[in-house]
Design a protein around this ligand. Sequence first.
Ligand code: DON
Length: 304
Amino acid sequence: MDITQLVEEIAADMATRRERGQVADYIPPLAGVSDSKFGIAVVLEDGSVHTAGDAHEPFSIQSISKVFALTLALGTVGDQLWSRVGREPSGSAFNSIVQLERERGIPRNPFINAGAIVVTDVLLGHLEPREAIGQMLRFVRELAGDETIMIDSAVARAEEETGFTNMALGNYMRAFGNIQGEVAKVLGTYFHFCALSMSCRQLAMAGRYLMDSGQVEGRRIVTARRARRINALMMSCGHYDNSGDFAYRIGLPGKSGVGGGILCVAPGRASIAVWSPGLNASGNSHLGQAALEKLVQATGWSVF
Ligand code: DON
């Protein structure tokens, strides 16, 4: 299988698609991104990197950062994390508050906003926001082997100015005792994680540890068991109320963000990132999913 040719073919096909979804418009830095963008990067188990389209252009990774935040939090507090956040798909929108009342402030999983806000609170357990943001930036740079990865401060600021729902989630969980720090600090840190700016290439490189049983180039990042478990959560919860459909169509662990990126893992085979800013109704990249579906059909990489 010639992966270089395959990703070129996929990018060429995506360029012809007219139905491209809706670009997120809740903050100006995202609303201004053209829906004509499409990028794909595939890093194979042998270390080779295959890219096409706008694979080198940084974009706002948004909720994909929830995977890296979860990895750091598990590294900090281990399985104690699961007393504060669940491991079940929510079946609800990414920023939904409704389940929190019935479930006493315990979010369904770490990949919805409420869950990631708890994860961020855990990371702030012994760190100041500036230190936790620095820890995250060092972590993704190390994973990707790329010191040029940055946080887009204009995105972080815009998130902060408009993040009323996220602040409501934080305050509501604080009322249940499931946020321990100062809500404004927790949210400020969470918004900086969402504002990480990475290209498909950088993201696919950063996902290698999930492809390779927790290792990158022989260095252990997490145990094989933890990598398997993070992948399981990405499969069951990585696309919010669209997670079942993603598993049905693509059959791989994946995590989306409203910037239009998806990080997708074919365990033992490939770490994949796609980017197209137009979103479906659940806030997941419309063409990103279509591209992954084509990739998986051609390669047989579904885990099923
Ligand atoms: O916190 C938010 O709502 C956004 N900064 C990120 C949400 C997101 O990426 C949801 N993903 N599809």
